[in-house]
Design a protein around this ligand. Structure first.
Ligand SMILES: [Zn+2]
Length: 122
């Protein structure tokens, strides 16, 4: 991408606005549905390391959309929301299925501690 392409792309996107939590700039982008997404500026990461619903890719018109393709193209890069790297906000639940499993194992561990002599039921 040439410098003029980069300038054009920046003109088409919303300006960078400070994060209300940490004060660092966030880049605002629109989805085709006109929703606003606050992206971490200048950060691109391999899509396969990001949960599908958290991957954002840029369209040719400067808007962004979720890259939910599965399986992921190993070469695909994506952008992520600032909230995922913000030092002053709680990290969202990135892997909900894993959170469900953790809650279940927490309950199993609590049952085992409460009644250590009983065999674990399937
Ligand atoms: Zn922040």
């Amino acid at each position: 991408m040439s410098d003029s392409d980069e300038k054009l792309r920046r003109l088409r996107t919303a300006p960078e606005l400070p994060c209300p939590a940490c004060g660092l700039p966030q880049e605002e982008a629109r989805t085709p549905e006109h929703d606003l997404v606050r992206l971490e500026p200048a950060l691109r990461v391999p899509a396969h390391v990001v949960p599908a619903e958290r991957r954002w890719i840029e369209l040719s018109d400067g808007r962004v959309t979720v890259y939910g393709v599965c399986p992921v193209d190993g070469a695909q890069q994506c952008r992520i929301e600032h909230v995922l790297v913000c030092p002053d906000q709680d990290l969202p639940d990135l892997w909900p299925w894993l959170t469900v499993v953790r809650e279940e194992t927490r309950r199993r561990a609590e049952r085992r501690r409460a009644t250590p002599e009983l065999p674990e039921a399937g």
